[in-house]
Design a binder for this molecule. Structure first.
Ligand code: SAJ
Length: 432
């Protein structure tokens, strides 16, 4: 069996590895010739633990190869980005281009799976795009009981960056066929390398299922962020509040923070809101709350330094979440951008010291930003103001004593959470 994976990015490349490990012959396709050349040389182009070694072995063994144009195969997996355009509408142009690029090589009986996150109805649209390009082949039709020439299904990825190789195999999968036969074919494909349970449904349910999962997380993080803002006004410590509320057996409040980053949770809810905003009021509001967090953090920093002599501000962390070097849609980067432009206008003498142990150089968003400089943890600790933006493991080594006399803005509650475990935290009255 040959599987052609279109898009060798964050999902396509690790999927190629787990499929190849299961004995499937994998041909990866990418429009970027640099990625094609790198993969064929066994070099990994994305950051993910365990991936470089696994990829190098499988390429050397001839089980994965890459090219710029699709070739004939049995299963085609589309794993290209679906960004959003200006009006928060999903941009399906990469998915459309991928569908059209495989159309010429499709043969009767082939299965086409869209893994990219897409709005409701888009898998049916993929079937129509293929049919327009190949009028000689009948594609899956919604609700049809007949087995078409080309089977089209949606199987959203749901892996957590940092744990992809494990989660791609162990997580349960939802397989949505445009028609029933496509669902059955998709099931057989995923069962060949997934050890988690595979559930078959229709393509629309699978599409909304993926969007709902990430919206669920976004709404819950927004709840925590809203509590943080309420607590600020009442002078209550939100971390203590949440840890106490979570002592209730049916309450599990997430962590507030500087905002929600990454390429999924901050994007996918818009795919629902842009289609049906009037029905998706809670999801829309959560998005506004979370995307407003970086500005709130900058206001807090500016408020704390107002009228005080400050030479430098250290920002700890730039990644979108702990212990990885992924800066996509990172609220920490956004905070540094805002802060640097505010300081340029009002306090141009203040230097911004940026610490990010998981990347070698600053992201291009910060090219030319006023007063910024990348430093290590020790140099950062000399700053007058310390802003904790990402709770990377190396930052936990910083002791509260090292912060004495400094202005501290801790958006992740790192030092607050540590303090709660020691004296001065909550009083536990043991009734036994
Ligand atoms: N965050 C908080 N507070 C929390 C938890 C997270 O502020 O209590 C922030 C993080 O700091 C980060 C953002 O939310 O900026 C998102 O991080 P995450 O770890 O929650 O999720 P992602 O974006 O890395 O991956 C998500 C996952 N989806 C869910 O957990 C429902 C993953 O399973 C999906 O595969 C992935 O999106 C995706 O590709 O859609």
């Amino acid at each position: 069996e040959t599987c052609v994976i279109v898009g060798l990015g964050y999902i396509g490349l690790p999927t190629a590895v787990v499929a190849a490990r299961a004995g499937i012959r994998v041909v990866g396709v990418d429009i970027n010739p640099r990625i094609v050349a790198a993969v064929n040389a066994g070099a990994c182009t994305i950051e993910e633990p365990g991936l470089p070694e696994a990829l190098a072995d499988l390429v050397a063994a001839g089980r994965i190869s890459a090219r710029s144009e699709p070739v004939a195969g049995d299963v085609f997996v589309i794993a290209v980005p679906t960004p959003f355009t200006g009006g928060y509408k999903p941009d399906l142009s990469y998915v459309a281009a991928a569908a059209r690029s495989i159309a010429p090589v499709l043969r009767k009986g082939d299965l086409v799976i869209v893994e990219s996150t897409i709005p409701v109805g888009a898998t049916e649209q993929v079937a129509r795009w293929i049919e327009t390009a190949r009028p000689d082949l009948a594609c899956s039709r919604r609700g049809s009981a007949r087995t078409p020439d080309i089977l089209v299904a949606h199987c959203p990825e749901r892996v957590l960056p940092g744990q992809m190789l494990k989660e791609l195999v162990e997580n349960d999968r939802i397989i949505g066929g445009v028609c029933a036969a496509a669902g059955r074919a998709g099931l057989a494909f995923y069962q060949s390398f997934v050890t988690g349970n595979c559930f078959v449904t229709d393509s629309r349910t699978a599409e909304l299922c993926k969007l709902s999962e990430n919206s669920f997380r976004d709404v819950n993080i927004a709840f925590a962020n809203e509590l943080a803002e309420i607590c600020g006004d009442f002078s209550i410590d939100v971390w203590e509040l949440i840890s106490l509320a979570n002592r209730h057996p049916r309450v599990n409040i997430l962590n507030p923070g500087p905002g929600v980053g990454g390429h999924c949770i901050a994007v996918d809810p818009w795919f629902i809101v842009s289609a049906l905003g009037d029905q998706a009021r809670l999801i829309r509001e959560a998005r506004w709350i979370n995307s407003g967090r970086p500005r709130t953090v900058v206001r807090e920093i500016l408020g704390k330094i107002a009228g005080r002599p400050v030479g430098s501000i250290a920002c700890l962390g730039l990644a979108y979440k702990p212990d990885i070097g992924d800066l996509r849609e990172s609220p920490a980067v956004e905070i540094v951008e805002y802060l640097s432009s505010e300081l340029e206008l009002t306090r141009p003498e203040i230097e911004l010291l940026l610490v990010e142990p998981f990347v070698d150089r600053l992201p291009h968003e910060l090219d030319g930003a006023h007063g910024v400089r990348k430093v290590d943890i020790d140099a950062a600790l000399a700053a007058d103001v310390i802003v904790m933006l990402v709770d990377h493991r190396p930052f936990y080594a910083i002791k509260p004593e090292q912060l004495a006399g400094k202005i501290v803005v801790d958006t992740r509650g790192v030092w607050r959470r540590a303090a709660q475990q020691g004296p001065g935290g909550q009083t536990v009255v043991n009734r036994e």
